[in-house]
Design a protein around this ligand. Sequence first.
Ligand SMILES: [Zn+2]
Length: 282
Amino acid sequence: MKKIDSAAQFLTEQMDLFQCPVCRQAFQQVENRSLRCESGHLFDLSKKGTLYFLLKGSKNEYDKEMLTARFQIAQAGLFDPLLDSVYQHIQNKETGHLLDVGCGEGSQLDYLTKLGLKGQKIGFDISKDAIQLAASHFTSAFWCVADLAQSPFATSQYDTILNIFSPSNYQEFERLLKPGGQVLKVVPEKDYLMELRALFYRDQKERQDYSNELVIKKFKEHFSSIETKRVRYQFPLTDDAFKDLMKMTPLSWGASEAAKQYAMEHPLSYITVDVCLLIGSD
Ligand SMILES: [Zn+2]
């Protein structure tokens, strides 16, 4: 079946998972491969079977080169141990509804699917380039371009919200979750990519440090039941993987050209991944 047809079938069967981002009403039908709400707002499926829900264009800092680098290093396994841990904590893996908020180029949701995650899976990102990459590589989820601030997802429909290295909107999470639903959030810990930070900011000790204290504090304010788990490991880097790492990380935005040049000449043979997994529910 063509990607656009299987996406149309998914929408027909799972229409309850969405709502119109313009008028917030339910969608009524899929007609001619478009999703139509009660007031007549239409959203067309792309050839790749993705939906574009943004009401106005968005700018974000993730360009294609960065997304491709992230895809490649994810395929090489950089995030596997962290995702193994996320997987263990997902509830209702067989039939649950899961929303990956800020899914990027789709690697993380695809990996979780390979581990055995079933049920209905939707990945969305505000970056159109990211969603195009996801849809060209993976059929493990329904992919769409959307904004968490004007979200096209329906109220009380989701068992699990994944929020990996991505901004949160807790009011919106609360609206989307079913009673008893959970948010799984991953944030960097202080040693995350520490070797790369040391390379980029050799002369600026203060920029080598990172604290997630405020992010964790905010998370804890929003849930009555909280579990935290630290996941820390070292990942061996080939030369190619090191180049991808340099391209993918937002850290390189703040590094000077001289610092990037120095880093290219001093490739790392391994990198530390250090994150905090936060599991919240009510
Ligand atoms: Zn509408």
